[in-house]
Design a protein around this ligand. Structure first.
Ligand code: GLV
Length: 312
């Protein structure tokens, strides 16, 4: 008998194929009435596979009381209620490490694209504007200062890449790390004031909500660029839009938003803004590796083996 799981939303196609092969999968997002869908499954379902965006709340855990593992297709588990999971003895896994390079690559791509007007340049040529004149100038990367908020695995991978571009690296987080070679700045506003680019690489969730406040973005200033590849919740999005409109913040390059897939439409009109559809880890190799962890964690749990990448 294959273990039964609930899948909350679509995943990488090969991951879904593997899940179907190894488990009996109930597709929650396809059910018009979720409560009615879950009720008869409750006695049988022993696990949940979910995405970083959908996560799992206490209500879902209560609807599936025999599901004692939540395998999350993301490194960030801010959408999973970890306290509720702990209280119910539910294990939670994520997909760290395998996505670090790709997310850091996108962060650097956004820094470069924003500074060197890559997306604007493309629009400029396509619109036939080159025939009428020159695109305005961009900013030099080498010698500029990059501030990283959150020096975890992804933050460190961004710093390593930025070093190769001859950027000066500063970072801020809840506490200094003695083994780190980059300069720690204990105050986020002070760091924002000093840098040209502020890259958000911290976890999401309540602890970091709106950490990039109006005051932080004002400190970054009209010459500064905000890059976010972490979670939309870390940035006060309304203040971001207002400061960009008032030209009190120079530019922004964003892969994540507070209410995905909804993006403030005011941003659509701004030439100094680059928008991406939350695709930091979205390469075939990385999504396949993330999916493998989702599957392997479920299999390990059902076989009574240690979990590969436990969070709780
Ligand atoms: C993506 O956002 C992730 O947390 O993996």
């Amino acid at each position: 008998m294959k273990p039964e799981i609930v899948l909350t939303g679509p995943m990488y196609p090969d991951t879904m194929r593997q899940l179907d092969e190894k488990f009996t999968v109930h597709r929650l997002w396809q059910a018009p009435d979720k409560k009615a869908f879950l009720a008869p499954l409750a006695p049988r379902v022993r696990g949940i596979a979910t995405t970083g965006g959908i996560g799992a709340d206490a209500a879902l855990m209560d609807a599936l009381p025999n599901a004692k593992i939540i395998s999350c297709f993301a490194v960030g588990v801010d959408a999973v209620d970890l306290e509720a999971a702990k209280a119910r003895g539910v294990r939670v896994t994520n997909t760290p490490d395998v996505l670090t390079d790709c997310v850091a690559d996108l962060a650097i791509a956004l820094v470069l694209a924003s500074a060197r007007l890559v997306v604007r340049g493309d629009r400029f040529v396509r619109a036939g504007k080159w025939l009428e004149g020159q695109l305005e100038y961009g900013r030099k990367i080498g010698g500029s200062k990059l501030g990283i908020l959150g020096l975890g695995r992804i933050g460190a991978a961004i710093a390593e890449r930025a070093e190769a571009f001859k950027m000066e690296i500063l970072w801020h987080g809840p506490r200094p790390k003695p083994a780190v070679r980059w300069r720690y700045v204990p105050d986020l506003i002070a760091m924002a004031r000093e840098v040209d680019f502020l890259v958000v690489a911290s976890p999401g969730g309540a602890a970091t909500r709106h950490l990039v406040s109006r005051a932080v973005m004002e400190a970054l200033g009209p010459e500064g660029t905000l890059v976010n590849i972490a979670r939309g919740s870390v940035v006060d999005e309304r203040a971001l839009v207002e400061l960009l409109e008032a030209k009190k913040l120079g530019a922004a390059a964003l892969d994540v938003f507070e209410n995905e897939p909804h993006v403030p439409e005011a941003l659509f009109r701004m030439e100094n803004v680059i928008l991406q559809p939350h695709q930091g880890s979205a390469t075939h190799a990385t999504r396949a590796a993330m999916g493998q962890l989702v599957v392997d964690n479920l299999e390990a749990f059902f076989a009574g083996r240690p979990l590969l990448t436990p969070v709780v």
